[in-house]
Design a protein around this ligand. Structure first.
Ligand SMILES: Cc1cc2nc3c(=O)[nH]c(=O)nc-3n(C[C@H](O)[C@H](O)[C@H](O)COP(=O)(O)OP(=O)(O)OC[C@H]3O[C@@H](n4cnc5c(N)ncnc54)[C@H](O)[C@@H]3O)c2cc1C
Length: 483
């Protein structure tokens, strides 16, 4: 982009970067414009980027990356900015490389069940583009109507239906990546993921934008299941709902999705855009979906109804029709945003636990809520033990933000102590980097930072994310050497 001659810009890097990206308004550099990029879905910390560039193709991404690398400028990639752990926040005043103009569906190959997309392609648009042929893209984060597949790869995003179908990494067949020095590499060529050598696809997927910038993605697409049905169950006790979850899995059923919401979460979704009339006085609800060949569905539904009845369910039934099924899902998928209807602010957490520990962990989260004086809602993928405690707070009240952060961290500690971990799908970002110590030893953290260094030698790409502060690691290393 050529900047008009009369515009006076003191920063020569802005002028140089502008020359590397084509099209109108392909660089933002004024404070007022940059303010829209000072955070992502994690709104607690905000920093202004140096500039935001909007490349249109891989060559432009590579040119910008090379320029940043040669001029010692920190930089990072950004998709839709829906990340919940602060991965796209420019904590070092980075140049943000926005991938939102690289949003083409490049190829659909039904015969080989693959599609190729640019990183800024929005998740749900892929299913929309292939649904006529009865195909779909399985990973379905609740943000799928706006988050990008590039962002999904970086975060290894999950979703309600990942219980049966797996998370993003299980659906990635190939990547084109711009390395932090500007070189472009292809991984998993021709859709054959299990290539000789190290599993770079696995390494890059979920690396939170710290190893390279993904510029092209080959994904697996699936044929629509012949049939699907959803059951809704209301419980007066959280323990009964949690036991029903275990009983369903122990019965040998693998639901496509098995979601749970507690009383506060229900209050939120019923106050938000898609209420469906859930009773306000129940303690928990389960949304259970099964899919597959038509013949087996009815039997599975009957088994699920029986399991719920054996666990003192107040009311349980299958959706009457597709419209009702969709309304139930729309209500569930608004879950996080719905907290805005009942609280000024909320902090989403993302712990994982062994499913059998559900009642115990939920009761400890309740204790954290009582101790902190903050309400904590729970909306989660119960089938795979991926909890989302939502800490409700009001940032206008002095001290409440800090209390919320502490309560969120305490929830993660409970998950880690129960044999689980600190993130299932939202990533570590800046939010949980100190909590990495709940699940990794110093040696394990150092092994991982060593891998980052191989790719991201000068640490200019998305520095300060994912691992505890380098200073602390260096101190640990010294201690270890002394010992
Ligand atoms: C209401 C709501 C509901 C959500 N529900 C879910 C859910 O059910 N499951 C789930 O997993 N997540 C969920 N999320 C979190 C979020 O949507 C996902 O993490 C998503 O994958 C982020 O995509 P994005 O395009 O917004 O990425 P961004 O937020 O822009 O970036 C996220 C990270 O990816 C990196 N990145 C982005 N693009 C690239 C690229 N092309 N190459 C390399 N790195 C890149 C960034 O540097 C950053 O570190 C939810 C978020 C919201 C707001």
């Amino acid at each position: 982009m050529r900047l008009a001659a009369h515009i006076k810009i003191k920063d020569r890097h802005i002028l140089n970067l502008a020359k590397l990206v084509s099209g109108p308004r392909s660089i933002l550099y004024k404070k007022t414009d940059l303010a829209a990029y000072d955070c992502d879905g994690f709104t607690i910390e905000k920093y202004l980027p140096r500039a935001v560039v909007f490349p249109q193709n891989t060559e432009e991404v590579a040119a910008v990356v090379k320029y940043c690398s040669e001029n010692d400028l920190p930089f990072l990639a950004r998709g839709a900015g829906t990340g919940l752990s602060g991965g796209a926040i420019p904590i070092n005043g980075e140049v943000i490389i926005s991938l939102t103009r690289m949003k083409r569906l490049l190829n659909v190959d039904l015969e080989n069940r693959m599609a190729v997309v640019e990183p800024g392609f929005v998740n749900l648009k892929l299913t929309h583009a292939i649904s006529d042929q009865e195909y779909y893209y399985a990973p379905d984060p609740s943000s799928q109507y706006c988050c990008t597949i590039g962002g999904n790869v970086a975060e290894n995003a999950g979703g309600a239906h990942c219980l049966k179908y797996g998370v993003t990494t299980n659906h990635i067949l190939g990547l084109e990546v711009v390395l932090p020095n500007g070189d472009v590499i292809e991984i998993g060529k021709k859709g054959i993921p299990d290539a000789p050598g190290y599993d770079l696809l696995g390494l890059l997927t979920g690396s939170e934008g710290t190893l390279g910038i993904v510029t092209k993605i080959t994904v697996r697409i699936l044929k629509n299941p012949e049939s699907k049905q959803t059951v809704l169950a209301y419980f007066d006790r959280v323990e009964d709902g949690s036991q029903a979850v275990s009983d369903i899995i122990s019965a040998g059923i693998v639901p496509a999705a098995l979601e749970m919401m507690d009383k506060i979460a229900i209050e939120g979704v019923e106050a938000a855009a898609f209420p469906v009339g859930h009773p306000r006085d129940i303690e928990a609800l389960l949304l259970i979906e099964v899919d597959g060949i038509h013949a087996g569905i009815e039997e599975q539904i009957n088994q699920i109804l029986e399991v719920c009845r054996n666990r003192n369910v107040r009311e349980v039934r299958a959706a009457k029709n597709e419209g009702e099924r969709e309304r139930w899902w729309a209500n569930r998928k608004t879950g996080f945003g719905a907290m805005g209807a009942i609280s000024h602010d909320y902090l989403v957490q993302d712990g994982v636990i062994p499913r059998s520990k559900l009642p115990e962990v939920l009761s400890k989260i309740n204790e954290i809520s009582q101790e902190s004086g903050l309400r904590i809602a729970n909306i989660f993928h119960a089938g795979d033990g991926n909890l989302h405690p939502l800490v409700l707070f009001d940032s206008r009240v002095p001290g409440e933000t800090e209390k919320a952060i502490e309560a969120g961290s305490a929830c993660l500690k409970v998950c880690a102590d129960a044999g689980g971990t600190i993130t299932g799908e939202h990533g570590v970002g800046i939010e949980k980097k100190e909590e990495m110590r709940f699940v990794f030893t110093d040696e394990e953290i150092m092994a991982q930072t060593a891998i980052r260094k191989v790719f991201n030698h000068d640490n200019l790409l998305n520095a300060g994310k994912l691992f505890p502060t380098p200073g602390k690691c260096a101190e640990i290393k010294q201690e270890l050497t002394k010992a």
